[in-house]
Design a protein around this ligand. Sequence first.
Ligand SMILES: Nc1ncnc2c1ncn2[C@@H]1O[C@H](COP(=O)(O)OP(=O)(O)OP(=O)(O)O)[C@@H](O)[C@H]1O
Ligand SMILES: [Mg+2]
Length: 314
Amino acid sequence: MDLAIETVDLTKKYGSLTAVNKLNLKVKRNTIHGFLGPNGAGKTTTIKILVGLLKPNEGTVKILGKEVQGDQADTRLSIGYMPELPKFPKHLKGSELLDIYGQMYGMTKQERREQIPKLVELVGLKGRENDPIGKYSKGMQQRIGIAQALLNNPEIVILDEPSLGLDPVGMVEVRELVKAIAKEDRTVFISSHLLFEIEQVCTHVTIINLGKALISDTLQNVLSKLSGPATLHVEVTALSDAIVTAVQNLPFVADVTQTGNFLNINLTTHDDVRPQVSQAITKAGGIIVSMSIQRQNLESAFMTLINKQQGGET
Ligand SMILES: Nc1ncnc2c1ncn2[C@@H]1O[C@H](COP(=O)(O)OP(=O)(O)OP(=O)(O)O)[C@@H](O)[C@H]1O
Ligand SMILES: [Mg+2]
């Protein structure tokens, strides 16, 4: 199986609170997989289990097809990890921090000399690598955190909310960086509570809430499931019963309402069926003046999904 990460019935409890609840996660290799959920959904807890910082109460974790139990060095070495809001010693220079981490990864002096300047350049800190981290902006601290996660060229990179606390410009920069990282042959698993953030960088998404996965699919499929079938608004020069009946009889049409010369067509499909609708109207003698698609706003669909589950659990 070509999976970078797989969990089966992963469960983590903090006392009576179940933070991760029988979570089944499948992350394909060489994808950018978004782990999306509101505050407290269980993202950080799951990630800490994946990197061996927490032990689950139940369930299993496989990394690159191999089952891991807790803290296994060989597994950790295939994962680069940036924790949520990383805090590094302020007195260290960026390059010193990377050198220390490189030593911990067992990199030779030669390897560190070669790799660190490349990473500094990749994360956009060239020229600032000899400044103390205490002088770095939040965005720069996130970027040195990402460089740290890439040090030993890991096959899997896990970033826990890499754009937390950044301004819009900083967020764009981090998104670009995430895309750049993924160009090399690796899997990036990135958590966020922001749909638009995930939408712009990820190929696949898992939405988590209350420790459970609600949807997991390609970005395209998740977006179309979230937004639901669209409504088509078609304006014709003159509406007739024949046109309305022709549209109503199409197999993917849920219902049709009329407003003046407009037909409002609710669809049952996610597919783009404008050509078929256009053909049916023309055949029934209609002349189309305009046609537009209206989809539900994604953020509100995401909120509806989360609220629906929360309502169901209480
Ligand atoms: N060390 C802990 N002890 C007790 N409860 C905890 C602990 N860490 C997390 N929790 C609880 O577990 C749940 C999941 O928390 P977690 O940090 O995994 O969520 P998250 O999805 O990362 O949220 P955020 O978006 O705020 O980072 C929350 O209800 C949280 O309060
Ligand atoms: Mg978190």
